[in-house]
Design a protein around this ligand. Structure first.
Ligand code: SF4
Ligand code: SF4
Length: 77
């Protein structure tokens, strides 16, 4: 099963990932990150199809997607 990791402190709350997800399984947290933004959150992980559109559309490289043992968009800061 694909796994989504949101690096919450890199997120600026733009919601582009929410719009990009064809499964509409992303939303926004009710908490602030260290920058003071509501950050992206995965609401229904089992329905993820591993398309990576969330990660591709994130301007801040805040989303990492693991598909079949490969990590995409993994840039350690
Ligand atoms: S990988 Fe695709 S289906 Fe999964 S959360 Fe990202 S955009 Fe949605
Ligand atoms: S696209 Fe990136 S910066 Fe924008 S809300 Fe999603 S994770 Fe955060």
């Amino acid at each position: 099963m694909p796994k989504i990791i949101v690096h919450k402190d890199q997120c600026k709350g733009c919601e582009l990932c929410n719009s990009a997800c064809p499964q509409k399984i992303l939303g926004m947290s009710k908490d602030f990150n260290t920058k003071g933004y509501f950050y992206a959150a995965v609401l229904d992980q089992p329905r993820c199809i591993g398309c990576r559109l969330c990660a591709i559309n994130c301007p801040d490289v805040a989303i990492e997607v693991g598909v079949h043992g490969t990590q995409y968009n993994f840039f350690p800061y």
